[in-house]
Design a protein around this ligand. Sequence first.
Ligand SMILES: Cc1cc2nc3c(=O)[nH]c(=O)nc-3n(C[C@H](O)[C@H](O)[C@H](O)COP(=O)(O)O)c2cc1C
Length: 195
Amino acid sequence: MADILVLYGSYRSGRMGIRLADYIVRRLQERGDAAELIDARAVGLPMLDQMYKEHAPGLAPEPMERLAGRIREADAFVFVTGEYNWGVQPGLKNLTDHFLEEWFWRPAAIASYSAGRLSGARSNSAWHAILCEMGMPVISSTLTVGPIGATLDVDAQPTGDAGKALDRAFGRFADDLAWWADAARVQRERQAPPY
Ligand SMILES: Cc1cc2nc3c(=O)[nH]c(=O)nc-3n(C[C@H](O)[C@H](O)[C@H](O)COP(=O)(O)O)c2cc1C
């Protein structure tokens, strides 16, 4: 069983990606993982001023302190990434940038989506580089969901052929992430990270 944070960051009132985030949390929990949704809009960090580590110990705002603790505890991360104008969504990027060392030495996976058939492919690709820069090895399995509205209904249940395709892809995606989460945990126990 792995402790997995599923991070999502659209602030839009009519946001669609929450369906994919909820789907992933549910499917991971069904496998026995301790999956938790980190919804950037609900966490409500301000636009980046001071990173978590720039606050004096114990003086970071409470939501930032709590999230830092959850990131440090987690075995792996899933970034659920929509695409705005071929780029990443600012809400999730803003949350992510508040931390750095807290992310190190654990694997990340990317699940992208969009309203169209390209499934957020460009944000998927952009997040790959960002997460590697932030110390997370990114696994090669990925989920690409589009059109999101034709894949998951409002209750995050798969619909139609696109929903069936997502269900089929999920198993390998989760197996891959579980393997790397386990490998990283064993290695952290065997040998302290070098920095
Ligand atoms: C500001 C903005 C820019 C967008 N740019 C793209 C884009 O570059 N590529 C794309 O496939 N979809 C784009 N879309 C459509 C999104 O894929 C779709 O609205 C999706 O539901 C956004 O995620 P969210 O609902 O979780 O906020 C854009 C939507 C918005 C609001």
